[in-house]
Every structure is written in C-alpha cells, then in structure tokens.
Design a protein around this ligand. Structure first.
Ligand code: SAM
Length: 371
C-alpha cells in the first residue's frame, strides 16, 4: 500500500507502510510463532487469516485541529498543530465518505476546535464508527457542556446532510489528558446503539463499548472460535472480557449455555439488548479476574483480554479445569506469559488474525486442551 501522508512524513503511524502485504503477513507469522515457541508447537499453527491491506478500519478517532473555518481532521503534530488526514487509506470507504461533510458541519455550526497548547476551544475529537449496514455512530468529544445547546439545535441539519448517521452523542472530556474520551456520554439522537451485523448476528454497539476495529477479520475470528469449540457443544461456556458479546453470540447452540463477564456496564447492557428471543445466554458486569466459584462449572472458557493479559485468572482456570480454553490476544508477550502459567493445558491450535495491517500489531487465537 502506498500513502502520501507517510511518504511526505506527515504521519508515521503505519510503521509497515510500503512493505508488500504478503511480506508483512509472513513476517508477523514468523514473529508470533517465535514469541510463542515455548508454548505453541509448530504443528499447531494454521495459515494466517489475512485482511484487506487498505480500507479495513471501521472506526476513526479524528483529532480536530485548526479553526472552525478551516478545521483539520486527523492527528496533532509535535508542535500541537492539527494535521489533516482525511484521505487516509485505512478507513472503510463508507466511513471516509463522511469526513468532508463533518468538516463542513464544524464550520457552519461554528464549533471551535480545542487547542492543546493554549487549552482553549471546545471540540477535541470526532469518533466515528461504521457498521456493515452502511450506518454510522458519531461522537463529539468536548471539553465542556458549552457546545451542547448548539449541537442540539444543529442536529437536524447534520442528520439531513449525513442521513446514514444513526447514533450521535457528545462525550464530555474536561481534563487535559492523553486518554481521548471522558466518562460522561450525552445522547443527542433517540438511538443510542449502532447495530453491527456480523456473520448474521446483530451486536448492539454503545458509544463507550469496545468493538474490534476490522469487521471482516473480526468475523473470521469469531467464526474460528465457534468452529474450534464445536466439539464442546454442551454444558456451560464462559466468554470472559466479552464486550458486547462477539464470541458469546457465535457460541450459542442448543444444549449450551453461554455466560459473559465484562467490566463495562454499557457493553453488558448492549450484549443483553442484542440477544435473540430465547437465547440461553447471561451477561454480567464484573471483573473477570475476580470471577467467583458461584458460576456454573464451564466445559470451555473463552478469554479476550486487553493488552495486559489475564494475570491471576490463570490460577482460577487451572482450578476450575474446563476441558478447553480459547485465548484471543492482541499482545503475544502477555499471551506467552499467561500460557506458561497454564501448565495443565497444551496449545493444539493457533492462528494469526491480521486485524491491524500496516502495523506490527497482531491478534492471535489459541486453542488449549487439558492434558
Ligand atoms: C479486547 S476487548 C474484547 C471484547 C470482546 N471479546 C470482543 O471481541 O469485542 C477486551 C474487553 O475487556 C473488558 N475488560 C477490561 N478489563 C476487564 C476485566 N478485568 N474484567 C472484565 N472485562 C474487562 C474491556 O471493557 C473490553 O470490552
């Protein structure tokens, strides 16, 4: 993939830009296999699951810079000035197609971008998520409530100019911090969740919930998870760190009950809301690492933690001794450490899912069977 922003030094986020995609994938596979060599035997690896090398991102986190008259949507340079990256080739086309309209809205509504050096202005980021049904969720990240009235009064114009907008919210982020969003979310539309249809399952995505950024690769990951657990079709299956229920929904089957645990109340609310009638699934808000003995004995456990991995949960899995564990990880280092802390399990299947082309990041799914 070629990128003018990269070539001209305006953005260096994609560290593998310019490397032929087949070479990227091969190198990633070699690296994760080497990093996991002590835990995953060579024979366990399946062929990597490839992505489109461009136009794969379903979510844009755009720093708003410049002025209301001439906003930039992209990143900030070292000097704190906005760099416009509207033509970035990573975004899905239906997502990128909204950027010019959003910039026009900033101008016509007079939304002043936040300036990190003077700490003046209001609009910090636009976070836009694109669904497989060509619908969008838009979040305005604001320094204060100052723009809320204006946003509310201009909303009909915005919805008219981008009719595919299904959910619009304002996120209040008063602090000057590296994290890009605050805790308070103010809905501006009646709809507060974006339906994300994936492999025929509709997952409801709320503004503050996690969703995999590459929808096509996420679809492959969930299908693979369901396939690798198809011989454990009865009993209870836990989906720990379940988010809005991506794995859980793919694991539903007659004779099986799925229990999801997730820290985000917003995600659990939407995981429940998206369930089909009669589905044997329950979702609980909680810390997966503190999961108690009160839950039914699992036949299988799925874990999909943040980068830090599952930590002390390994001891819990050892004690509860499910037959099978599926571990989906975005960090080979914490994955290697956690697999080493599960001595009663052997890695029998492993696969790289290239969720993040053009970068060295990788998602790896491993199936562990009790020895
Ligand atoms: C990598 S995401 C995976 C989400 C989901 N499995 C999916 O495919 O969309 C990790 C999730 O773990 C949640 N999380 C973080 N720490 C947690 C904890 N200690 N206990 C439960 N969930 C946690 C996050 O809110 C996030 O939804």
């Amino acid at each position: 993939m070629q990128c003018n922003y990269f070539d001209h030094g305006r953005c260096r986020s994609c560290t593998l830009m310019g490397t032929p995609y087949a070479d990227q994938l091969h190198a990633k596979q070699q690296r994760v296999a080497a990093e996991l060599a002590a835990q995953v035997p060579d024979g366990a690896w399946r062929a990597p699951f490839a992505s489109h090398e461009s136009h794969f991102r379903n979510k844009a986190k755009l720093v708003v810079g410049g002025s209301a008259q001439e906003p930039t949507l992209g990143i900030l340079g070292r000097d704190g000035a906005g760099i416009d990256l509207r033509a970035c080739g990573l975004y899905e086309p239906g997502l990128a197609a909204t950027f010019d309209e959003l910039a026009r809205f900033i101008t016509t509504a007079g939304l002043t971008p936040y300036d990190v050096t003077t700490r003046r202005g209001e609009l910090k980021y636009l976070i836009v998520t694109y669904s497989p049904d060509d619908e969008l969720m838009l979040r305005f990240v604001l320094r204060s409530k100052g723009l809320l009235a204006k946003l509310r009064s201009r909303l009909p114009h915005l919805l008219e100019s981008i009719p595919r907008l299904r959910v619009v919210t304002a996120n209040l982020h008063p602090e000057h911090k590296a994290v890009i969003e605050g805790d308070t979310e103010v809905p501006l539309t009646d709809e507060v969740a974006l339906p994300m249809r994936i492999n025929g399952h509709t997952l409801m995505l709320g503004p503050q919930s996690f969703f995999q950024t590459n929808t096509a690769v996420a679809a492959g990951l969930y299908r693979q998870g369901a396939d690798w657990l198809s011989d454990d079709a009865s009993g209870s299956v836990w989906d720990l760190y379940c988010g809005v229920g991506g794995f859980a929904r793919h694991l539903l089957s007659p004779g099986r009950e799925v229990v999801g645990i997730e820290l985000s109340a917003d995600a659990v609310h939407n995981a429940r809301a998206g369930l089909p009638e009669g589905a044997r699934a329950q979702f609980h808000v909680g810390d997966a690492t503190l999961t108690t003995d009160a839950l039914p004995q699992p036949a299988a456990v799925v874990v999909n933690p943040p980068r830090r991995g599952i930590g002390e949960l390994t001891g819990f899995i050892e004690r509860r001794a499910p037959r099978t564990v599926l571990y989906s990880s975005c960090n080979p280092q914490s994955l290697a450490r956690d697999l080493a802390a599960l001595p009663s399990y052997a890695a029998t299947h492993a696969r790289l899912f290239d969720m993040f082309p053009q970068t060295s990041h990788s998602e790896v799914l491993v199936r562990l069977d009790r020895r």
